[in-house]
Ligand binder design. Structure first.
Ligand code: SF4
Length: 167
């Protein structure tokens, strides 16, 4: 069958971001994939149990892999620690990817969950740095290829390769 893609819910226009906004990605490829039934839509933070809206949270001085291994935490702007909810959401996203056979993911860059190239600095100054979120790190550690919304062309190519392989 057609290769499936795990997708960040906010890219589909769902108002699930910390500020109850979304990041709707208006792109004909995404619309086509949706129509083809390829998309498995998840919001790790909401499924992990966090409310919407919620205080913005950032990974402290580390990247998603360090949070997964317990060497770093996530702190929100009110100084609360929502790390457990982020971890729960990451594992639920991985579970969904496995259940639906997703070997590809399209995730919102910059997020402490979904970021795959950049995340925020950890001091709430709006500064980005290189790094990945907790969900992106867990998916990659389990063999899922993660793309951001800035890499649709690369994802489209990879999709065509996987489709031709599985026939
Ligand atoms: Fe979007 Fe991911 Fe943040 Fe949910 S956790 S709002 S899907 S970037």
């Amino acid at each position: 069958g057609l290769a499936r893609i795990l997708v960040s819910a906010c890219l589909m226009g769902d108002p699930v971001r910390y500020d109850a906004g979304h990041k709707w990605l208006a792109d004909e490829r995404l619309a086509r994939w949706k129509q083809q039934g390829r998309l498995v839509v998840v919001c790790p933070e909401v499924s992990g149990g966090l409310p919407t809206p919620r205080p913005p949270a950032e990974i402290q001085q580390a990247s998603g892999a360090e949070v997964l291994s317990g060497r770093a935490r996530i702190v929100d702007i009110e100084q609360d620690d929502p790390t457990e909810a982020f971890l729960r959401g990451a594992h639920l996203a991985l579970h969904a990817a496995k259940r639906h056979g997703c070997r590809l993911a399209l995730l919102t860059d910059g997020s402490p969950s979904c970021g795959s190239a950049t995340i925020y600095s950890g001091d709430f100054t709006g500064t980005r740095r290189e790094g990945e979120g907790v969900t992106a790190a867990l998916l990659r550690a389990n063999g899922v290829e993660v793309f951001s919304q800035h890499q649709l062309e690369a994802l489209d190519r990879r999709l065509a390769e996987l489709d031709s392989r599985t026939g």
